[in-house]
Design a protein around this ligand. Structure first.
Ligand code: C5P
Length: 224
């Protein structure tokens, strides 16, 4: 059997990374790790506990006493925070608006990267996030940086939200996505950035299936 590879998928908010990464992982029989869900989970806890979100030390200390677990299920990946299922809660607008501040802290990132590297160790994995190709899996056999225009990303998120009965106006989504991209790209520690050896895919004109097929083609090239 061919040795499994690690696939890193990075890109800005709502670029379709997780949907596409899931399909790729399923087709290859690999595990899928949504690192954004991990940052969302610690943000949910920070909001619930009312810690000072601007403090690197407080945020880092909170994470050290927190257990975050990702588990595959028939309905997609489940996220557990201190053993409680928070899969839905981490998608709230409150968490979405606060997550980039938490994710900018050095102590939070150091610990998250450690956890993510442990999860990926020695297995076939598709991992998506912002710093996977640059920091978490710098030796990944395949790195993809995926993007789409802000308008298209907001439109996709709008359609996705509608299916889940969430009614956020399109303009608000566009604003939130642009703000998060700016914070994630301009932070000092491990900013959102294309790794030099990553392949850029503009998904604006592509369907989910087309984007997944392109990544699968690239993965098969590396596997052969
Ligand atoms: O992928 P998702 O949009 O759920 O990620 C939520 C937030 O988590 C991002 O906006 C970013 O601030 C943070 N994040 C990160 N590094 C990652 C994954 C996510 O900083 N690898």
């Amino acid at each position: 059997m061919t040795k499994p590879i690690q696939i890193a998928i990075d890109g800005p908010a709502a670029a379709g990374k997780s949907t596409i990464a899931k399909i790729v992982a399923e087709q290859l029989g690999y595990i899928y790790i949504d690192t954004g869900a991990m940052y969302r989970a610690i943000t949910l806890k920070a909001l619930d506990e009312g810690i000072n979100m601007a403090s690197n030390e407080e945020a880092g200390a909170l994470l050290m006493e927190t257990e975050i677990d990702l588990q595959p299920s028939e309905n997609g990946q489940l996220v557990f925070l201190d053993k409680k299922d928070v899969t839905e809660d981490i998608r709230s607008q409150n968490v979405t608006k606060a997550v980039s501040e938490m994710a900018a802290h050095e102590l939070v990132r150091l610990r998250m990267v450690e956890l993510q590297q442990q999860l990926a160790d020695g297995r076939g994995v598709v991992m998506d996030g912002r710093d996977i190709g640059t920091h978490v899996l710098p030796n990944a056999a395949l790195k993809v940086f995926m993007s789409a225009s802000v308008e298209e990303r907001a439109r996709r998120r709008f359609v996705e939200n509608k299916k889940r009965n969430i009614e956020t106006p399109l303009e608000e989504l566009q604003e939130e996505i642009a703000k998060r991209d700016k914070m994630d790209s301009e932070r000092e520690v491990a900013p959102l950035k294309k790794a030099d050896d990553a392949i850029f895919i503009d998904t604006t004109p592509l369907t989910i299936r087309q984007a997944a097929d392109e990544i699968l083609r690239l993965a098969k090239e590396r596997l052969s």
